[in-house]
Structures are given as C-alpha cells and as structure tokens.
Design a protein around this ligand. Structure first.
Ligand SMILES: [Zn+2]
Length: 213
C-alpha cells in the first residue's frame, strides 16, 4: 500500500503540554510552501503573539484568516471559506442553464465550525499531514507531522465496519522565533522520512527498516 500524499495541515496555538487549538488549511501545507509564510508572520507579530493567536482562532480555515473573513468570489464577509469552485468550466445556474463562470461566482462556503482541537493525533492526524503549533509564551514554533501508528479504530458516524488506520503526531522540530529561519527543505525531508518510516512499519512490516534518520 502506498503512502497517502495529501498535504493538508493546521496552524495552531499551544494550550500547554500537547494540547493545542488550530484552524485547517486545505491547501498545500508542506514546510517549503507554508513554513516561510508562517515564519514571516510570526516575525512580524512576535510582540503580540497572544493577540495574533486569538485572532487566528476566530476563523475556521487558514484562507479565511488570510482574507480576514472576506470571500473573494462573492464579496461577502464572514460567510465561511469558499469551496466547490468550478472556475471557468461551467456552472449549473438556477435556471438549469450552463454558462461560463470565469470569476467563480457560483460557489458555496464551508460551514464555520469551532477550531480544531487537538490532544492527540488519532483523529486529527487523518486529516492534517502537517501542523504548525505556535507557543506564544516561549516564542517557539513546533512543526508536527502526522504519522501512522499501530492498529486501527472504528471511524465516526457509527460505521463500525469502516476501520481507519491510527495516526499520531510526530514532532519534526521545535524552533525558536529568535533564531535563524529553519531550513524548510530540511524540515520537510525529516518529516517525510518519519512518515515513510512509520508507514512502512505498520503497513509493510517486511520492509525491515531500522531507522528513518
Ligand atoms: Zn463567497
């Protein structure tokens, strides 16, 4: 079985210990893409990280946060992150007529929900491959990769026959905001290597890898 290649992620605020609260990012969340964006933002806001975190957690999705709740496709505020964008393919308008829609006027919004809460990666890890956890008290950024764990658990919604593999969070690195910017390519390599190692360990035990570093 091949390793999944999703790139979803979360940006979160540490609540002490391994607990954090965050918001989802459906777009590419890999360190080489998202790392520099978050790093720059933290450098700009390091004197008011608590406020920055509070502001972040008012939103459900990262793109919504970046747009301050503004939907660029319909111009409305506070309606949720845009989705189901068909772009310039076509849209089925109310009259049932197909028409070009280059500005993606026809779209819907993801429902707003409470921030993603995390105390373990068993459930969250299924949906977020990369998480960026900011600790405002000690000015640290932790990068976390969800990795395969032993066993499976019955998925939600009562579908007991649908078993999901277990995941957990694996810390890739802890970076002080007062140090140099991390080498995001290296961060990505370490996280991917850990993910591949645990994937093989629980899915392809015969691969017999000793270590991932
Ligand atoms: Zn909209």
């Amino acid at each position: 079985m091949l390793q999944p290649t999703n790139k979803r992620g979360a940006i979160g605020i540490s609540k002490g210990g391994k607990h954090w609260q965050g918001i989802y990012n459906f777009e590419d969340s890999t360190p080489i893409v998202l790392g520099p964006v978050i790093w720059e933002m933290l450098q700009e806001n390091w004197q008011s990280l608590l406020r920055w975190g509070k502001d972040l957690l008012q939103y459900t999705y990262w793109d919504e946060y970046l747009n301050e709740g503004f939907c660029p496709y319909c111009g409305k505020f506070d309606v949720g992150s845009p989705c189901n964008i068909k772009g310039n393919l076509y849209v089925a308008l109310e009259e049932g007529v197909l028409a070009p829609d280059p500005e993606a006027k026809f779209h819907s919004h993801r429902p707003k929900s409470k921030p993603l809460k995390s105390s373990n990666g068993v459930v969250d890890g299924l949906w977020t491959e990369w998480s960026y956890i900011v600790n405002p008290k000690d000015y640290m950024l932790e990068v976390v990769r969800s990795v395969r764990d032993k066993g499976a658990f019955p998925a939600h919604r009562g579908l007991q026959t649908w078993m999901q593999p277990k995941y957990r969070y694996h810390s890739v690195g802890l970076y002080s905001l007062f140090n140099d910017e991390p080498d995001w390519e290296r961060v990505q390599q370490i996280g991917q290597a850990a993910s591949a190692y645990y994937w093989d360990k629980y899915n392809n035990p015969q691969s017999n890898k000793k270590s991932f570093l």
